[in-house]
Design a protein around this ligand. Structure first.
Ligand code: SF4
Ligand code: MG
Length: 332
């Protein structure tokens, strides 16, 4: 499979009056062509910061990518100039957010807003931009696009507005689409339609999608692979099958247990007892230790090494590590 994006050992920190918050602490993952990779975790786990880093949208100050690389087309996005990044944003890597209203300008027609992106990035004529805008509106399932081009955002329903935002994000045919909680603001029926739309668009365009969500129902519907984040780190990575049917990290198990009927009903991640650690002073060992029913002495002192269970399935937990088992045997 062709690798489109490669994030390696990414660290992001925010300087605040209280000290430095280490929001992302050594995150690595690959994104392949045409796949949907979901990044899942509770709020504050670093999933949005990770996606904003890929777009280089971390406000600096107070935020900073302190280490690591983000490879995209022979470039390291951590190092490219802001000018170059502007030409990548929207054209090669696009992002959509939870609330479509914040992405749309209420004073401009839908047509003007969709066309703006193409004219800016591709320098094509207004007539061709208009054709492209119509094409995009049909792609995202807006009926009679010709007449809707002249309408303003408030003339559309919430679900339709999110379709328009998706059309804007896709108009320059990006290779990567990052969607941060794209359906959270929508009701369940509309949400299902938007998720169908993602699948449909992916089939037609081959775009790779990074889906950021706290909602396991959404993940179950569209993700090919899943990355589970906790306290700024990836604790488990696997295919959808691995994560839903063979989860190995106690945190992943906790998430799944908190949702009774995953494959059938929409489920929210109900936080497991306790709360994530303070990222001002992240723990040396496993960050889940205070909430983990299986915690051992070593967990508190040393961060677990990454264990590769299969080609796709990896986990950071001492329970999976032969060396920890030996140490335990020695102690008893
Ligand atoms: Fe629990 Fe230890 Fe595994 Fe962390 S490393 S999840 S504390 S068993
Ligand atoms: Mg977020």
């Amino acid at each position: 499979m062709e690798k489109v994006l490669e994030v390696k050992d990414l660290h992001v920190a925010f300087n605040t009056y209280g000290g430095t918050v280490k929001a992302v602490r050594g995150v690595s993952f690959d994104l392949y062509k045409g796949e949907t990779l979901a990044i899942v975790g509770e709020s504050g786990c670093g999933k949005s910061v990770t996606s904003q880093s890929i777009m280089r949208l971390i406000p600096d100050p107070p935020g900073k990518i302190t280490k690591g690389s983000i490879r995209f087309k022979d470039k390291d996005l951590v190092k490219v100039s802001e000018k170059e990044m502007r030409s990548i944003r929207g054209a090669d890597i696009s992002m959509i957010f939870q609330d479509p209203m914040t992405a749309l300008n209420p004073t401009l027609t839908i047509g003007e807003q969709i066309m703006e992106g193409i004219i800016q990035h591709e320098g094509i004529s207004r007539e061709n931009a208009r054709k492209k805008a119509l094409e995009m509106l049909s792609l995202v399932g807006i009926p009679s696009p010709e007449s809707r081009l002249k309408q303003y955002p408030h003339q559309f329903s919430g679900g339709m507005r999110q379709r328009i935002v998706i059309a804007m994000a896709l108009v320059c045919e990006p290779e990567v689409l990052i969607a941060d909680e794209p359906t959270t603001a929508l009701d369940v029926t509309i949400q299902a339609q938007i998720l169908d739309l993602f699948r449909d668009i992916q089939k037609k365009t081959g775009v790779s999608i990074i889906l950021i969500t706290h909602d396991l129902g959404v993940v179950a519907q569209v993700a090919d692979r899943i990355v589970v984040m906790y306290a700024g780190k990836i604790v488990e990575t696997g295919t959808r099958r691995d994560i839903f049917y063979k989860p190995e990290h106690p945190y992943t198990k906790g998430l799944l247990n908190s949702v009774p009927r995953l494959d059938v009903e929409k489920g929210e991640l109900i936080p497991i007892d306790g709360s994530p650690p303070d990222l001002f002073l992240p723990p040396l060992g496993c960050a889940f230790v205070s909430r983990c029913p299986y915690a051992m002495e070593i967990c508190d002192r040393v961060y677990p090494l990454n264990t590769k269970l299969t080609k796709d399935h990896q986990v950071d937990c001492w329970l999976q590590d032969e060396r920890a088992k030996k140490m335990l045997a020695m102690n008893t």
